[in-house]
Write a protein that binds this ligand. Structure first.
Ligand SMILES: [Zn+2]
Length: 99
């Protein structure tokens, strides 16, 4: 079961920073998952194509990702981690990660 966001602005800022701190490979997977998430289900072919594109380009926009994440407003049961992909297989904590 997933919950809807009901956190402080600071928590969202933390989550956004934690998203930016993810390894590039993870960001490619997450971005491709969003692209492949279609009305009638997950498009595996598109996912593979998009993942390769992101990897080759060497860049994933966390601003675009965050806009999608913000719109979805979903977190795990308990509210500790924000879903950063459509399926909840990728999450980031709402707490600041000390570096
Ligand atoms: Zn995922």
């Amino acid at each position: 079961m997933a919950w809807e966001w009901s956190h402080t602005p600071e928590a969202y800022e933390n989550a956004r920073e934690n998203l930016k701190a993810l390894p590039f490979h993870d960001l490619c997977v997450i971005a491709a998952e969003w692209d492949a998430d279609e009305v009638d289900g997950f498009n595996h072919e598109l996912y593979t194509q998009k993942f390769k594109e992101y990897e080759a380009s060497g860049r994933v926009s966390t601003t675009i990702l965050w806009n999608k994440i913000k719109k979805q407003r979903t977190c795990d049961n308990g509210g500790f981690n924000a879903w950063v992909c459509p399926y909840g297989c990728h999450t980031v904590p709402f707490d600041a990660i000390a570096d």
